[in-house]
Write a protein of this length. Structure first.
Lengths: 378, 427
C-alpha cells in the first residue's frame, strides 16, 4: 500500500521574516538574507526577525521555560498548525504525530564565564566546579537544553500529543525527519505528522563548535556558490520551519487545501572523501527518478563549505541543467536541523504558486549526510 | 516460495536475532544476567570525578571502559561499539563491516564538556578572565579541529555506521528516557514497511559527568541516600527518593522473521507491538491520571494483536522516583485490571540505575532474556512496601517462571511514553 503524501501546512521564520509569503517575496526580489556582522565579530550570522512570542506562545510561564531555539520552533510549529487549519482541533492534535529535528544545549554564558575564570585559581578545581554549578545553574535551564524538549514544548503549548520523536544530527536530522514521516504516511503507519526543526545561530557556543574546524565564512557576504575560491564556509542562520504532512485521503476527508505533494524523500550518509558527497547526491537523483529540468526548480541547501559545494554544483549542472536554482543558504544561511524542512517548505510554496511543476530539494550536510526531496504540484 | 509470515495486522513479523549489552554489572549478556538474577547492584560511589559539594555522590558508572578524550559522546560510542559487536556477532548476519540493514541509534544529547572548555580557554586566554570570546580565540588556533566532529550530534551514529557498515542514513534520536525503546520502534516500523530486512537498534549513554548529574540533582530527581550506594535505588518502595544515574548500552539486531528463517538464524524472540503517546501536561512530570502512559501500554498490547490478559510479566520503567512508580503502578492497574495484582512486575533499575537514553534498549535485552531463560530478575532493595502500590514486584530474589510475553515500559521527560511487547512466539 502506498498513499500519496500532501503538504497541508507550512510555518517558517528566519531573517527574511515570518510566514511563507515573506520568504517568497525575498526570493522574488532576489534579496539575500540579512547579515549581522557586529555582534559576534568576526563571525557573521543571519539573525531571526523579532517575533511577538505571545502570538504563538500565549503563556509567559511557557516562554520563560524555553530558550530561543525552542521558542523559535514552538512559534513556527504554531504557524504550521494555523496554516493547516488544525490549530484548534483538539481531537486531531491529540493524535497528530510529531518529529522534530533538534540540536540543543543553550548555555548560561555568565555562569560559564565565571567558572572558566575561577577554575585556574581554584585550590580544588573539582570541588569548585561542583560548588559553582550547584549554586549558579538555574534548575530549569536543563529543560531548555534537552534536545527532546522542543517536541515537549510543542506538546505543552499546542497540545500535539500523538507520538513525539526527536531526531538529532545537524542537517541530516531534518532530512531523516521528513524521510521517515513521508515513508510512514505512505505505508499507512500514520495519517498526519508535524515535522520540522529550529535553530538559534546567535549563540557563541554553537559558533564555537564550527569555528574549531574553521568552517565559518568570515569574509564579507558572498553567495554559497561563490565562496569556494576563498576557502569556503557557511554562515549560520537562526530560524525554524515546520510542515504538516498528511495522507491525501486524510486531507481530503477534512476538506484541507493541499499546498503540494511530497513525492519522495531520499537520504544517504557516505564516508566523506573528495567526490563522495557528490556521488551520493547523484545516486539519490538516480533513485528518485524523473526530475524534469525543463519544468522543474531546484532548491539547494548547499552550505558554501569548500569541496562539497562544488561537488553539488557539478551534480546539479549535469542533472538539472536549465532548471531555475535557488540556494537556501543565500536566503537564510545554514540553519542546520531545520534547513531541509525550510527548503521543502519554500519549494512547496513555489510549485503551488505555479513557478514549476516539480522541485528538487537537496541537502549536503556540512560534515555528513545527503538528502533529496521531490515536491510536486497537485 | 512459502507464504510470508504476517502478524494479525497483516504486517511482516519482526524478530530479534542478536543482542549485546554493557552496564555497570559488566560486559555481555552472560555477566549481566548472572548479576541481575543474583540481585547484585552495580551502583557505587563515583570515583570518576570529585563529588565534593554534591548532594548525590553515587551512580552506576561503567568504569571498565576507557574513552579518549573522556567525554559523554566518546564513552557512549565505546559502549555502543561493544554492545553492537556482541549483537551482530550473535546474529551472524551479513559480513564483518557489512551489516545488511539500517541503524537507529539512541544517543544522549551531545555538547562540549568542561575539560574541553578549559583547554580552549587556556589556548585563548590573554589575561585572567575567560568568556566565550576567549573560547572562540582558542578555537581559532586550529588546534582543536577534531573536537568539531566529536561534538556533533550525529557523530556517534556515524562512527557506528562506519564500523558495522549499516546501510542508508543512520538515525540519531532522543525521546529522553524512552530513547532506547524508540530506537527499537523505528527499526520495527522500517521492517514492517518492507524498507529493510534488518535493522540495528542501539541505545547508549555514558553521560555521568559533573554537569549532567548536577542538572538532574537541581531538579530533585536523584536519590540522595548515598550510603550504602547499592541500596539507593529502591523502585516501588515507600522510602524511594529518586533515581540513580546509570550508564551502559544495548544493541539488538531486528530482522524480518522470514529473512531470519531463510538464513537459518536462531530466533531470540519477537517484537510484537509498539505503543507511543505524547503528554502535554508538564515538562518533567507525567499527567497525574497517567492517561498517556496508559494509552501507550494499551496501544502496544493492541499493536501486538494481544489483550492485557496475555501479558505474563511487566519490565517496569520503575525509576525509583516517588512520582514515576506511583503513576506507573496506577497505569498498570488501569490497563491490566485486578489481574495486575498477580502479574509480576520488576525494575532492572534497582540494580543498574537509570541508564537514561540506553534504558529502553537495555531493558529490552533483559526482557528477552527473561523470556529465554524463564527467570524473572528481582526488584532489589524492596524492604519497605508502599501500600499505595499493591503489586508483585518480585521482591529482592529472582523467580523462575514461564514468561511468554513481556510488556516493557519506558517513560521520559518531555511527555515521552513508549511501550514495547516482546514474546517467545507470534500472537
Amino acid at each position: 500500500m502506498t498513499r500519496e503524501v500532501f503538504i497541508t501546512g507550512i510555518g517558517i521564520v528566519s531573517n527574511l521574516g515570518e510566514g511563507i509569503e515573506a520568504h517568497l517575496a525575498a526570493v522574488d526580489a532576489g534579496r539575500p538574507g540579512t547579515v549581522e556582522a557586529e555582534r559576534f565579530k568576526p563571525h557573521l550570522v543571519h539573525p531571526v526577525v523579532p517575533l511577538e512570542w505571545e502570538r504563538q506562545i500565549p503563556k509567559k510561564s511557557d516562554q520563560r521555560q524555553m530558550e530561543a531555539w525552542q521558542k523559535l520552533g514552538v512559534y513556527a510549529a504554531g504557524l504550521a498548525l494555523d496554516d493547516a487549519g488544525i490549530k484548534e482541533d483538539k481531537a486531531l492534535l491529540g493524535h497528530l504525530h510529531l518529529i522534530c529535528a533538534a540540536g540543543g544545549g543553550e548555555r548560561d554564558y555568565q555562569v560559564d564565564s565565571q567558572v572558566l575564570t575561577g577554575l585556574p585559581q581554584a585550590a580544588d578545581p573539582g570541588a569548585f566546579l561542583n560548588e559553582r554549578l550547584m549554586g549558579d545553574l538555574r534548575p530549569t535551564l536543563f529543560l531548555a537544553q534537552l534536545s527532546n524538549l522542543l517536541a515537549g514544548n510543542i506538546s505543552i503549548v499546542h497540545g500535539v500529543t500523538g507520538a513525539t520523536r526527536t531526531f538529532m544530527g545537524e542537517e541530516q536530522a531534518g532530512v531523516d525527519a521528513l524521510r521517515i514521516a513521508q515513508a510512514r504516511i505512505a505505508a499507512d503507519q500514520g495519517d498526519i505528522f508535524l515535522v520540522g526543526g529550529s535553530y538559534n545561530a546567535e549563540r557563541p557556543d554553537v559558533l564555537l563548535v564550527y569555528e574549531m574546524a574553521g568552517l565559518l565564512w568570515k569574509d564579507s557576504f558572498a553567495g554559497v556558490w561563490e565562496r569556494e575560491a576563498k576557502g569556503g564556509g557557511f554562515i549560520p542562520g537562526s530560524g525554524a520551519a515546520f510542515l504538516v504532512l498528511e495522507a491525501r485521503d486524510h486531507a481530503e476527508a477534512r476538506g484541507a487545501t493541499p499546498i503540494a505533494r511530497l513525492a519522495h524523500v531520499g537520504a544517504d550518509q557516505v564516508r566523506r572523501a573528495p567526490g563522495a558527497a557528490g556521488e551520493a547526491l547523484d545516486g539519490l537523483f538516480e533513485k528518485a527518478g524523473g526530475f524534469d529540468a525543463a519544468s522543474g526548480l531546484v532548491v539547494s541547501g548547499a552550505t558554501g563549505v569548500a569541496g562539497i559545494t562544488a561537488e553539488e554544483k557539478a551534480v546539479l549542472d549535469r542533472r538539472t541543467d536549465g532548471a531555475r536554482r535557488i540556494a537556501t543558504g543565500d536566503l537564510f544561511g545554514n540553519m542546520l536541523e531545520p534547513q531541509f524542512p525550510a527548503g521543502v517548505a519554500l519549494a512547496a510554496a513555489l510549485v503551488k504558486r505555479g513557478d514549476a511543476r516539480q522541485a528538487a530539494v537537496t541537502s549536503i550536510g556540512h560534515a555528513r549526510g545527503e538528502g533529496l526531496a521531490l515536491v510536486e504540484r497537485i | 516460495m512459502a507464504t510470508p509470515h504476517r502478524d494479525k495486522h497483516g504486517r511482516p513479523l519482526v524478530v530479534v536475532t542478536g543482542m549485546g549489552v554493557v552496564t555497570s554489572l559488566g560486559e555481555g549478556k552472560a555477566d549481566n544476567w548472572a548479576a541481575l538474577t543474583a540481585g547484585r547492584s552495580g551502583i557505587h560511589r563515583i570515583s570518576r570525578f570529585a563529588t565534593d559539594n554534591l548532594r548525590t555522590t553515587i551512580a552506576g558508572t561503567v568504569d571498565f571502559v576507557a574513552a579518549e578524550p573522556f567525554c559523554a559522546p566518546a564513552l557512549s560510542e565505546q559502549f555502543a561499539l561493544r554492545a553492537a559487536s556482541e549483537a551482530v556477532g550473535q546474529a551472524g548476519i551479513g559480513h564483518p563491516g557489512d551489516f545488511p540493514g539500517a541503524l537507529f541509534m539512541a544517543v544522549p544529547p551531545v555538547e562540549m564538556e568542561w575539560p574541553q572548555r578549559e583547554a580552549l580557554a587556556e589556548a585563548g586566554r590573554r589575561n585572567g578572565e575567560a568568556d566565550y570570546g576567549t573560547l572562540l580565540a582558542g578555537a581559532q588556533t586550529g588546534r582543536f579541529k577534531a573536537w568539531h566532529e566529536l561534538f556533533l550530534f550525529g557523530t556517534v551514529a556515524a562512527r557506528i555506521q562506519d564500523r558495522f557498515g549499516t546501510k542508508g542514513s543512520p538515525v540519531s534520536l532522543s525521546t529522553a528516557c524512552s530513547s532506547g525503546a524508540t530506537a527499537i520502534q523505528l527499526g520495527v516500523e522500517a521492517i514492517r514497511r518492507g524498507e529493510v530486512s534488518a535493522a540495528l537498534a542501539i541505545g547508549t549513554d555514558g553521560s555521568v559527568n559533573p554537569e549532567s548529574l548536577i542538572r538532574f540533582s537541581l531538579l530533585s530527581a536523584l536519590s540522595t541516600q548515598n550510603d550504602p550506594p547499592e541500596e539507593a535505588a529502591k523502585p516501588f518502595s515507600k522510602n524511594r527518593d529518586g533515581f540513580v544515574m546509570g550508564e551502559g548500552a544495548a544493541a539488538l539486531v531486528l530482522e524480518d522473521y522470514d529473512h531470519a528463517l531463510a538464513r537459518g538464524a536462531k530466533i531470540l524472540g519477537f517484537v510484537l507491538g509498539c505503543g507511543e503517546k505524547g503528554d502535554g501536561f508538564h515538562r518533567t512530570r507525567s499527567s497525574p491520571d497517567g492517561a498517556p502512559a496508559i494509552a501507550a501500554m494499551r496501544e502496544a498490547i493492541a499493536d501486538a494483536g494481544l489483550t492485557p490478559d496475555d501479558i505474563d510479566y511487566i519490565n517496569a520503567h520503575g525509576t525509583s522516583t516517588p512520582e514515576n512508580d506511583k503513576m506507573e503502578s496506577a497505569g498498570c492497574l488501569a490497563v491490566m485490571g485486578e489481574r495486575m495484582r498477580e502479574v509480576p512486575i520488576s525494575s532492572n533499575k534497582s540494580m543498574i540505575g537509570h541508564t537514561l537514553t540506553a534504558a529502553g534498549a537495555i531493558e529490552a535485552v533483559f526482557s528477552l532474556l527473561t523470556i529465554g531463560e524463564g527467570r524473572i530478575p528481582p526488584t532489589i532493595n524492596y524492604k519497605v512496601p508502599d501500600p499505595t502500590i499493591p503489586l508483585d514486584v518480585v521482591p529482592n530474589v529472582a523467580r523462575d517462571a514461564r514468561v511468554g510475553r513481556v510488556l516493557s515500559n519506558s517513560f521520559g521527560f518531555g511527555g515521552q511514553n513508549t511501550c514495547l511487547v516482546f514474546a517467545a512466539e507470534p500472537a
